[in-house]
Design a protein around this ligand. Sequence first.
Ligand SMILES: Nc1nc2c(ncn2[C@@H]2O[C@H](COP(=O)(O)OP(=O)(O)O)[C@@H](O)[C@H]2O)c(=O)[nH]1
Ligand SMILES: [Mg+2]
Length: 215
Amino acid sequence: MIAPDDNAALAEQAARLFSGRVEFLLSAPALKFLPEAGVPEIAFAGRSNVGKSSLLNALTGRKSLARASVTPGRTQELNFFEVGEPTLFRLVDMPGYGFAKAPPAVVEKWRRLIRDFLRGRVVLKRTLLLIDARHGLKPVDAEMMQMLDEAAVGYRVVLTKADKIKPSELAEVASRTGTQAKTHRAAHPDVLVTSAETGEGIAALRAAVLADATL
Ligand SMILES: Nc1nc2c(ncn2[C@@H]2O[C@H](COP(=O)(O)OP(=O)(O)O)[C@@H](O)[C@H]2O)c(=O)[nH]1
Ligand SMILES: [Mg+2]
């Protein structure tokens, strides 16, 4: 479990990078609006309300880089953020899934956008799949993992909201989630544990993102 590279130099470089230039680039509601594929990209995926916006904000030390959506599941856009000066890589905030009240047409549009992005984006180095530590993997997450496996996009499972449960439960969920991840061919075997609230795991996540982006 845990620990990407606890390489001190990498961690230091990552900390410096994320405290520097991080800037919103654009929102792409369809593939034809994607920015040119000039730099590596790391995407963030997860159910609505998993804590994706909060994690992006914690990662970049900004209060409101990624806005918490007012209506869960409404935003069907890929949001791009540039990191570094000049840009070293981009973060891609993918629309959340698993929202209860979405009409089938919205879900289908989401599925097509994500599938085509995952399959066609050559600069996409890794996806971080966010999972609420209180809930563990749900059937909708398994569907996302299958899409990632099929697109052959490597991904890391990141547990969010670690502060919300007891350490003993957290260890159990992390271990169980790691075991489940190992059954997916594109999944990284290590599970990262984070809390946007306490900052747990954020430095390790920064280092992992930098390592993945600059593979
Ligand atoms: N306690 C705690 N709450 C969190 C954490 N991350 C997010 N939340 C809360 O979970 C809710 C959903 O977060 P948000 O980032 O908007 O989720 P998103 O829909 O995945 O972008 C908000 O009320 C956040 O304040 C965390 O690490 N700890
Ligand atoms: Mg959000």
